[in-house]
Design a protein around this ligand. Structure first.
Ligand code: PMP
Length: 851
């Protein structure tokens, strides 16, 4: 079913703008026949600045504005419609209603001829002729004023905005313009919610309309009427305004902290922009398009928002209901709720709010919320207790993430359906709030080798807490901290025996780099191409990723990269004998799980020794059994000069990082009055974290997790290699132990980046296109794979940071063969489906789509 919608200009310049759309349509190569006629007839007038001439030229024509190509609702239904402008200004409509009704009816016929089955009346066209009744009698198809949805969206929007700033919808609300059909219905809805009302109306007939009086009586709320707007808005901070005249509220009259929902067109609040930081003035009664709506003139609708009355018309068309849904002054509250619910089902909604036509920013809401917090006699109500946070719903979690952390990442997670609220984790398993169980094959990038919440780790940490041991006490050192240092001295390769504790992998590497400079007296630092050592300034300076580095230049001076795996290049870089350290991952993690040639690490160590450079082995990701040895350096019998660890040293519970070095190097660097204390960390190695680390090491050894990683890793790789042979979309499988990378073919690459694909994306709707535009093909493919594994097979995975097409696969080392088999089977099924997509891409490519 199709719809029509009648609009009209509010002023001469809008009238001209409507007409100019004709030119726009022409310029995008879609001239509309009816438009053309109008344009030809009126070009001389439109070009003239003479408003009288403009008025005189519009005796009876209605102006088709444009056709919505498609409205696709969230429930998958679709409709299309035409917008027709009646060339009358508001005063013309109100002053000669008879003529206006005739013209609006004419416009309805125009819509019907085009194929519309229902027509919505916008703005003043909905007021005349007993609010749609007369036009309805003359129109060949049913008409609606669309006011029910406007009312619903004003009230729902008000509740949502108040919720965002922490104000309850209670006490008193002011309704300005309560005698109009929208104001009246809003008053009734607020009354039903138990809110007392101050009703402001022209000449205020102390008379309250009968239907409202009935609701007031039923609910027992307090009502006052008032004919001064200034006095009225001074009675409450909650104001809804819906007059038909507009321009009645001065911003200075508003109480501090007011929230005004301005539903009127033209606006009731005077001014061009909000003038007070403590007041929120929201354009009320609007709706957003469902995602996927396309229109050649989408840009005409500010920020995807449309008037509620247009939304109602679209909803009726989507529902196949050619009805005079909202007609007359008295709107049914039941119908208002019904249209609101239908709107939600179809994906309409007030997600983003506008103020004077400009989106209200995140900061505007948070500033208002802080304003409330600071003034609240009981500000603690605003603070979230740990106990309530523990039971937060996914909605709350992601609302907070969006509002107070990272809205961009939140929206990406949301659009890819990766926005899960995990509430419980045990071993390899994780549960979300719906009780769905997932297998974690990402392991916090190696932070939970012992599985989530291992009982031994919990027990160790709990014992420290129950014993009320001091955790941060200076100058002093913890019992568990020193014990962890001793344990690390025993398990670390070669003569490594001295530990320094920080709180993360990056911090461990910062310390290691400083130690190397201090103990060698040299400045330069070498790292490998494709390396990842963390994102703090020092660690970032030896991390090889342009996107991570370039916004933060200049980085540390004297850092340079050499190809990973190439000893001759390393030698020539070291031969200048001024390099303090070569920092390297025994197996590169974020670089895409890259295992170097067999003799690389031992060769690198020998070269470092020859040229007086320290070898720093970054075992942050490879450490603690991940690759099938306690530390990956052991595979090649290498003893680094400094080893950095983190991740699983936390027992998967409490952050900690460390560098471990030889006593000589430590003493050389920090063993004197000048340099001692030149590298410290307040929290580093606290008792709680150290207890978790000690327990994790115990678990790894006692449960034979190193052996499990080696054996199961070998089996897993073998199975994946088999899978690779069966599926063209798998380009490579690499790894060591349970540190595995699966690299996919770039099957989307040429196709998704082609001009044809971009054109196609633009048809999916602006939102989708914008979200996808910034993502490269490799990320799209891998993220799609991640999302599929998560949502279809309940497997948590993640791509590697530098190589988007490589999926890292690293389950906790407690994983079993059955779980590995399940992963392989699931991936097999997914690859089957990916091959279909890849085949389609190939076909498109060969058909010239990519060119
Ligand atoms: N080094 C390596 C090898 C890593 O994989 C990582 C984290 N992925 C880091 C350092 C940085 O660790 P963190 O995030 O704890 O700073």
């Amino acid at each position: 079913m199709k719809f029509g919608f009648i609009v009209h200009p509010f002023n001469i310049s809008q009238l001209r703008a409507f007409a100019m759309n004709t030119g726009f349509l022409e310029s995008v190569g879609r001239p509309d026949r009816m438009f053309k006629v109008f344009l030809d007839e009126n070009r001389h007038v439109l070009d003239s600045a003479d408003s009288e001439a403009l008025r005189g030229s519009r005796e009876s024509s209605s102006l088709p504005v444009h056709v919505f190509e498609r409205v696709v609702s969230a429930s998958g239904r679709s409709t299309s419609g035409i917008i027709v402008a009646v060339p009358l200004l508001p005063d013309e409509i109100l002053n000669d209603q008879k003529r206006a009704v005739a013209m609006v009816a004419e416009a309805c016929r125009h819509c019907a001829e085009w194929g519309a089955d229902v027509v919505g009346l916008g703005a003043y066209t909905a007021i005349i002729g007993s609010r749609g009744e007369k036009v309805g009698q003359l129109s060949p198809v049913p008409v609606t004023t669309g006011n029910s949805y406007t009312v619903w969206s004003a009230v729902a929007g008000l509740e949502s905005v108040l919720g965002r700033i922490g104000v309850a919808l209670e006490g008193i609300a002011v309704v300005v313009g309560y005698q109009g059909s929208i104001g009246l219905a809003i008053s009734k809805m607020l009354a039903r919610k138990g809110v007392n009302l101050v009703l402001v109306g022209r000449g205020s007939g102390r008379l309250i309309p009968q239907s409202l009086a009935e609701v007031v009586q039923q609910t027992g709320i307090q009502v006052e009427t008032c004919n001064s707007v200034e006095e009225g808005v001074g009675r409450s901070r909650i104001v809804v305004s819906a007059t038909s005249s507009g321009q009645v509220i001065r911003q200075e009259w508003l109480l501090p902290g007011s929230v005004v929902f301005d539903v009127a067109q033209p606006r009731d609040v005077i001014g061009r922009a909000p003038e007070r930081p403590d007041v929120l003035i929201i354009d009320g009664g609007l709706a957003e398009f469902p995602e996927g709506t396309t229109s050649s003139l989408m840009s005409l609708w500010t920020h995807n928002s449309i008037f509620g009355c247009l939304a109602e018309t679209m909803i009726l068309a989507l529902e196949d209901r050619p009805e005079p849904f909202s007609i007359g002054r008295e709107l049914s509250l039941e119908k208002i709720k019904q249209i609101g619910r239908l709107g939600e089902e179809h994906g309409f909604g007030a997600r983003n709010f506008l103020s004077f036509g400009v989106p209200v920013r995140r900061g505007d809401f948070t500033r208002r919320r802080k304003w409330e917090f600071r003034r609240s006699p009981n500000g603690d109500d605003f603070l979230v207790s740990a106990r309530s946070a523990l039971n937060a719903s996914g909605n709350d979690v992601y609302r907070r993430y969006r509002n107070y952390m990272d809205p961009f990442v939140a929206s990406v997670l949301n659009s890819l359906d990766l926005e899960k609220n995990y509430v419980k984790a045990e071993g390899v398993f994780v549960w979300d709030e719906n009780g769905d169980r997932y297998l974690d094959f990402a392991s916090g990038f190696g932070a939970v080798n012992t599985g989530h919440n291992h009982p031994r780790v919990i027990e160790a940490v709990t014992a420290v807490m129950n014993g009320k041991l001091p955790n941060f006490l200076k100058p002093s050192v913890g019992q568990l901290t020193t014990a962890l240092a001793e344990t690390l001295a025993h398990i670390a390769p070669g003569d490594l025996d001295t530990s320094f504790f920080g709180n993360s992998g990056a911090e461990a590497n910062e310390g290691a780099l400083k130690l190397a400079r201090l103990s060698t007296g040299r400045r330069r630092l070498l790292h490998a191409e494709g390396s990842f050592h963390g994102k703090t300034f020092g660690a970032l300076s030896v991390t090889d990723n342009r996107r991570f580095r370039s916004p933060f230049r200049p980085l540390l001076h004297g850092c340079r990269s050499v190809p990973f795996g190439a000893l001759d290049a390393l030698e020539s870089a070291l031969s200048t004998r001024d390099v303090a350290a070569f920092i390297v991952e025994p197996v590169q993690g974020e670089g895409g799980v890259v295992v170097p040639p067999k003799d690389y690490l031992s060769g690198a160590k020998a070269l470092c020794a020859r040229y007086g450079t320290l070898l720093i082995a970054d075992e942050v990701q490879t450490g603690f059994g991940r690759t099938g040895a306690m530390f990956a350096s052991e595979h090649s019998g290498v003893e680094p000069d400094i080893m950095t660890v983190a991740k699983t040293l936390s027992g998967g519970l409490i952050p900690i990082g460390a560098f471990v070095t030889k006593s000589d190097i430590w003493d050389e660097a920090f063993g004197n009055f000048d340099t001692y204390n030149t590298h410290t960390s307040t929290f580093g190695g606290n008792n709680l974290a150290a207890a978790a680390g000690l327990a994790a090491i115990e678990v790894i050894r006692e449960e034979g997790l190193v052996g499990n990683a080696a054996d199961l890793g070998r089996y897993f790789l073998g199975e994946l290699e088999e899978l690779k042979r069966n599926h063209r979309v798998v380009r490579d499988v690499r790894g060591m132990g349970l540190m595995i990378g699966i690299e996919f073919e770039d099957f989307l690459g040429r196709t998704i980046e082609s001009p044809a694909a971009k054109e196609f994306l633009s048809y999916l709707g602006r939102d989708v296109a914008e979200k996808l535009a910034g993502l490269s093909a490799s990320i799209v493919a891998t993220v799609f794979i991640m999302a599929e594994l998560l949502n279809t097979y309940r497997l948590i995975t993640h791509f590697t940071l530098h190589r988007g097409l490589t999926l890292r696969v690293q389950p906790p080392l407690t994983v079993t063969k059955d779980e590995v088999d399940y992963f392989v089977e699931s991936l097999d099924k997914l690859c089957e489906r990916l091959s279909v997509v890849a085949g389609m891409c190939e076909e498109l490519d060969s058909a010239g789509w990519s060119r």
